[in-house]
Write a protein that binds this ligand. Structure first.
Ligand SMILES: *Cc1c(COP(=O)(O)O)cnc(C)c1O
Length: 427
């Protein structure tokens, strides 16, 4: 990868010309006069997602209840249908992926499936930088077993509040640990945890290891089969652009298909007997057996379309452009912004960083407000981080160039001073 850059606008234009993914941008809804840097929180809508959503709506209008039977029962098996296009993104087999629930409800599902505490082996190992909802779910699952999270949840502490040291994770893997839940990419600092850790754990000692892929799926390449992960959860509205609140994903390693789901429902029953409506649950022995209720067709439909883009382009090309365009952004920050109190808060090694750049500034919150007024959509994370995510599928190098120009102007002219530091409801 050529990372010799320069600071001219012409150079940004030349990078766009050379970008093999540039044309994919036309398939997304890019607003005029807006630069969208928040695809790591909510991916933009695409024409492909719109088409599959409208198609599902049309099918509902025309078919009513018959919708479940048309096209070889496509919607009845919609999770399987979508899973076959989602599994390649994480190196899983289609039967190991179920499209269901939300990340949080899938953590509940996975922990309640895998967590079988005994007197000596009862702790769940987590880190203190994971997204809070993961922790809320883990704590409540521990309580449901009659245990106290203060004792049964073992937390690996970050030494600097920004990164997690893999050695600290390994050190914390003591015999009393029953299950481990870790993020693949940390949501604030974009650190990619070393996959080797997960592989080592699962393979050497037989602990159950689950991964939260929220900031990884659609952003970095992964191979869950290679590391023999036990389970994984992810949302589909960030890099995958499935739409606000689109249905999430759950991976169950096929070696666990004989376990019973922690939370069971009729869509996890075997197809052959589901509509006999017996009161005895017969578990479908693949990941679809972890479905609970009726699939959320309208929250899944956009995924059907948008995943075609991912599979046409393939994750390697996406990751290659993502690393290049984020390198370019870091280069411009280093060259043009460090004099104004900005610094880069993510790790620099390619294999250690995910899809967004973590820009640190003491006035990050007010700068993020000024950015919005200038048509740049970033996101802010307490206390001092602006996350900037140039998305491989739809962000141009010229947009990155402009964002840095605007960041420079905001700092140079102290434009952020006209904003209040009071936080809004969704920041
Ligand atoms: C985005 C995100 C979530 C979101 O959970 P939902 O249940 O989908 O709202 C959870 N965990 C992590 C690590 C995330 O980044």
């Amino acid at each position: 990868m050529d990372t010799s850059f320069n600071t001219t606008k012409e150079f940004a234009e030349a990078l766009d010309k050379a970008d093999v993914l540039y044309h994919v941008r036309d398939r997304f809804y890019i607003q005029p006069n807006e630069i969208y840097m928040d695809g790591n929180s909510l991916g933009l809508a695409s024409k492909d997602a719109e088409a599959s959503l409208l198609n599902a709506l049309e099918d509902w209008k025309k078919e009513g209840i018959k919708i479940w039977n048309i096209e070889d029962s496509k919607y009845y098996h919609y999770s399987k249908h979508i899973a076959s296009n989602m599994a390649p993104l994480i190196g899983a087999s289609p039967e190991e992926v179920v499209v269901v629930g939300s990340t949080t409800s899938n953590i509940h599902q996975a922990i309640s499936t895998f967590y079988e505490p005994t007197k000596d082996k009862y702790k769940i190992l987590v880190d203190d930088l994971n997204f809070p909802t993961d922790r809320y779910a883990v704590d409540s699952q521990v309580r449901l077993k009659g245990l106290d999270p203060d004792d049964a949840v073992k937390v690996v502490k970050s030494s600097d509040g920004v990164f997690i040291d893999e050695d600290a994770i390994i050190e914390a893997m003591t015999d009393d640990v029953a299950l481990i839940l870790l993020p693949t990419v940390l949501y604030r600092s974009a650190q990619v945890l070393d996959w080797l850790v997960g592989w080592l754990v699962g393979w050497l000692v037989g602990w159950l290891v689950g991964w939260d892929l929220c900031h990884a799926i659609g952003a970095i390449e992964m191979d869950l089969t290679q590391i023999d992960a036990d389970f994984a959860v992810w949302c589909t509205y960030k890099y995958l652009s499935g739409g606000p609140g689109s249905t999430a994903g759950l991976y169950i390693n096929k070696k666990h298909f004989n376990r019973s789901p922690g939370t069971t429902g009729w869509f996890g029953n075997k197809d052959e007997t589901q509509f006999q409506l017996n009161h005895t649950f017969e578990h479908q022995r693949d990941a679809s057996g972890w479905q609970v209720g009726t699939p959320n067709i309208l929250s899944m439909a956009p995924l059907e379309g948008v995943l075609n883009i991912f599979n046409e382009v393939d994750m390697h090309a996406i990751r290659t452009k993502s690393l290049h365009i984020t390198s370019y952004l870091m280069y411009l920050i280093d060259e043009k912004l460090t004099d104004y109190g900005y610094s880069i808060g993510n790790l620099r090694d390619d294999f250690k960083r995910g899809g967004h750049i973590c820009l640190v500034h003491d006035e990050a919150y007010r700068i993020s407000l000024a950015l919005k007024d200038k048509g740049v959509i970033p996101d802010f994370r307490e206390p001092n981080v602006i996350r900037l995510a140039p998305i491989a599928l739809y962000t141009s190098y010229e947009e990155v160039y402009k964002v840095v120009e605007i960041l420079e102007e905001i700092a140079q002219d102290h434009l952020y001073e006209q904003y209040s530091t009071k936080r809004g409801l969704v920041v």
